[in-house]
Design a protein around this ligand. Structure first.
Ligand code: COA
Ligand code: MG
Length: 292
């Protein structure tokens, strides 16, 4: 099941963990990295593992963001929470696809040690958070089978390259971050995994969130990361095909089914060929995902 909304919840906050599952997101990302102060990480690992063990796993998928792989914190995160059997791990500041492979080897051992099924824990790299990562995104064409999704980020990348902001005078993303977004989108589709759009950090700006979610879906992302419960409904709606979209997609599918020998057809005065059928099938498949 491809989550539409991935809601971040700081792993050291009992209160927010308590609210997370009821927020309506298809997946939670319990954070052990940037939103948790270093001194709070030990307690965050304990709370996260406890939460994973006790959570009703039918409500939403539970991912955990560990620390960057070259840190001791990452190893403490892995050994501290794996017994809770997370559905997946978010891997921040991934430098190359090799980081996913290395994490996968760690997981091979940790799954055996904890009696988990091999390959049960998925990997979700944040693939554009460092300048070096931007130059190696093509590597995701040959991706480990644990990788389930890719996302991008503008905040860490702008800090890493010494930018004063990642927005232009109109508040829109500036060129380096549009590049990061586009490369992530292509890398995810080349890898055959879900493309997930990054956060809209201004969590009171509903109109801006609606706009960026709509643009993300238009461009080929199938979900988006949220940081606040109020963002969930807006993102869920933006990534759910509307009745009109489903009806149009079904009409395209029906027309091709009724004309099996036609390569190109017309509907409502517009030309249709193979890519339109592919698109229509995707809309109907997405609409039919059982989210109960
Ligand atoms: N998950 C679960 N609950 C959350 C939440 C989240 N991400 N963000 C806020 N809430 C809860 C709050 O605890 C508050 O609960 P209450 O009504 O019982 O007091 C309620 O939702 C309303 O929150 P609000 O007062 O509007 O926001 P805040 O000032 O408490 O928190 C943030 C703002 C940004 C600190 C908070 O949304 C947050 O921690 N987001 C996640 C940050 C994160 O993980 N970042 C890493 C990735 S970029
Ligand atoms: Mg970060």
């Amino acid at each position: 099941m491809m989550p539409r909304t991935w809601l971040f919840v700081p792993g050291d906050s009992e209160k927010k963990l308590g609210k997370g599952a009821g927020a309506g997101a298809d997946a939670l990302i319990i954070d052990l990295e940037d939103s948790v102060a270093a001194a709070r990480r030990p307690i965050a690992r304990e709370l996260t593992c406890e939460y994973l063990r006790n959570a009703d796993r039918s409500i939403c998928q539970l991912y955990v963001r560990i620390n960057p792989l070259d840190t001791t914190d990452a190893l403490l995160d892995l050994t501290g929470i794996i017994a809770g059997k997370p559905d997946g791990l978010l891997l921040p500041k991934a430098e190359t696809v090799e980081d996913s492979n290395r994490l996968s080897y760690y997981l091979d051992a940790l799954e055996v040690a904890n009696g988990l099924e091999q390959g049960a824990v998925k990997i979700f790299p944040l693939a554009t958070e460092t300048p070096g990562a931007m130059l190696t995104l093509g590597g995701y064409r040959k991706v480990n089978s644990r990788v389930s999704a890719l996302s991008w980020g503008a905040e860490d990348l702008s800090a890493a390259i010494g930018a004063s902001t990642n927005r232009d005078d109109d508040g829109e993303l500036s060129a380096p971050y549009i590049l990061a977004r586009s490369l992530c989108l292509m890398a995810a589709h080349a890898a055959g995994v879900q493309a997930v759009d990054t956060v809209h950090p201004d969590f009171r700006d509903d109109a801006g969130l609606q706009r960026s979610s709509k643009h993300a879906r238009r461009d080929g992302f199938s979900g988006k990361i949220a940081i606040h419960p109020n963002q969930v409904a807006i993102i869920n709606e933006a990534f759910t095909p509307s009745k009109d979209e489903i009806a149009h997609a079904q009409a395209v599918i029906d027309l091709f089914a009724a004309n099996p020998d036609a390569g190109t057809l017309s509907l409502d005065g517009k030309m249709l060929d193979k890519p339109h059928l592919t698109q229509a099938l995707r809309v109907v498949a997405f609409a039919n995902i059982d989210r109960s």
